[in-house]
Design a binder for this molecule. Structure first.
Ligand SMILES: [Zn+2]
Ligand SMILES: [Zn+2]
Length: 162
């Protein structure tokens, strides 16, 4: 996983500044603190995991506040929300300071793998030409079973979305 640099975090903070002003929200220190903590996660995490992380680090925060902020961060493009598999809690990951990537989900051990493939860019271009549209983003999730040793005994109830 890519770890975030100070500059990238400052960029995320500036992005938040701009959105808070645009939406005429009050500049709450809490929101900035949450963003800072969120950007420490280099992986895909669930809202509950984020909440637990905050509690363990002595943040006085409610689950509702965590959810509200995640919704806000997603809305303004600071966080990405994924729905991997049926009946699974949503996973989040920070949106800035990361390369756009696709996911492979192991349905047995729930491991999430990330990959980039330049051919997707080619597909986007073809689709743009075909429909005369501008593609602004994509999301591709592949499902399967991995070959990791620790996966062999895992017993997941995860089902493929498709
Ligand atoms: Zn990812
Ligand atoms: Zn696996």
């Amino acid at each position: 996983m890519d770890s975030i640099t100070r500059e990238e975090f400052i960029k995320a903070k500036r992005h938040l500044d701009a959105e808070v002003i645009r939406k005429k929200f009050r500049k709450s220190t809490e929101r900035y603190k949450l963003l800072e903590e969120l950007y420490k996660f280099h992986d895909h995490f669930m809202a509950e995991e984020f909440y637990l992380h905050l509690i363990q680090n002595n943040f006085q925060v409610s689950m509702a506040t965590v959810y509200n902020n995640l919704v806000f961060f997603e809305e303004v493009g600071l966080v990405l929300k994924h729905q991997f598999g049926k009946g699974q809690a949503a996973r989040y990951e920070r949106a800035l300071g990361r390369k756009q990537h696709c996911h492979l989900i192991c349905l047995r051990c729930n491991q999430i793998f990330e990959f980039c493939d330049p051919r997707i860019h080619h597909i986007q271009t073809t689709v743009e030409e075909h429909f005369g549209a501008t593609v602004t983003g994509h999301s591709l999730t592949l499902y399967g079973e991995c070959n990791r040793e620790e996966c062999k005994n895992a017993n997941s109830t995860l089902e493929s979305e498709y």
